[in-house]
Design a protein around this ligand. Structure first.
Ligand code: SAM
Length: 207
């Protein structure tokens, strides 16, 4: 017998991100002999992002996501925005993505088509929190970080762990002279302290 449990959020996770709890029985009326949990790695990042952002945001403000893509993490940020009385702006160089994310009706969301670095440089004002998930090549990540310097305290970067992008992002952080405070989850969601330039060892919290 298989039982499924799905956690409820104001903005639900993307399809396929649900947390499933399996209870296996060897025969119909027999006792439960094995219980195991399986969590989609994408869903781990989705949950971790909400936790990291909620802890990091001190006051209501603007949450920025670079790299909207299919909007998976935008959904997590919108839940944070609801809790923190904030708004989300998400920037992607590819305008087609907007039609796929199906969040047009959310009043806390603004979707922008354009290059993230150009948008950050053109935007006036600070950010409550930023998620970097656009072009993960070193030069682009470095340019995003430099454009954000002094305008936000905490930045999360996606894909810093078990992905081909990780090495490039790590190089960008090294050149930027910052390291992550913590790194969670299988694909890797790193929290970067933008207020200090001291390079530390970088903690690791298993997601
Ligand atoms: C890894 S995907 C984003 C995934 C998304 N955050 C999610 O959770 O579903 C990377 C996205 O970055 C966008 N991108 C690439 N270069 C960019 C740039 N220079 N500025 C803004 N977005 C960019 C791509 O079009 C792509 O949609």
């Amino acid at each position: 017998m298989t039982e499924q449990m799905t956690l409820k959020f104001p903005v639900p996770p993307p399809r396929g991100y649900s947390r499933r709890v399996y209870q296996r029985r060897d025969w119909d009326d027999g006792p439960v002999i094995d219980t195991r949990e399986y969590t989609n790695p994408g869903y781990q990042d989705w949950l971790n992002l909400m936790g990291i952002a909620c802890e990091a945001i001190e006051e209501p403000g603007l949450i920025l996501e670079t790299g909207t893509g299919p909007g998976h993490l935008t959904r997590a940020l919108l839940n944070v925005a609801a809790v923190k009385k904030s708004r989300v702006v998400t920037v992607d160089i590819d305008s087609l993505k907007w039609h796929e994310i199906n969040l047009q009706d959310n009043p806390n969301l603004e979707v922008v088509t354009g290059d993230s670095v150009e948008w950050i440089n053109a935007h006036e004002g600070d950010f409550a929190f930023v998620l970097l998930d656009s072009d993960h090549r070193k030069d682009h990540v470095l340019a995003e970080l430099r454009a954000l310097k002094g305008r936000v305290k905490r930045v999360a970067i996606h894909d810093l762990n078990m992905t081909p992008h990780a090495v490039h992002i790590r190089e960008a952080l090294k050149e930027f002279n910052h390291d992550w405070l913590e790194l969670r989850g299988e694909y890797g969601l790193a929290l970067v302290d933008m207020t200090t330039e001291v390079v530390t060892e970088g903690g690791y919290i298993d997601g």
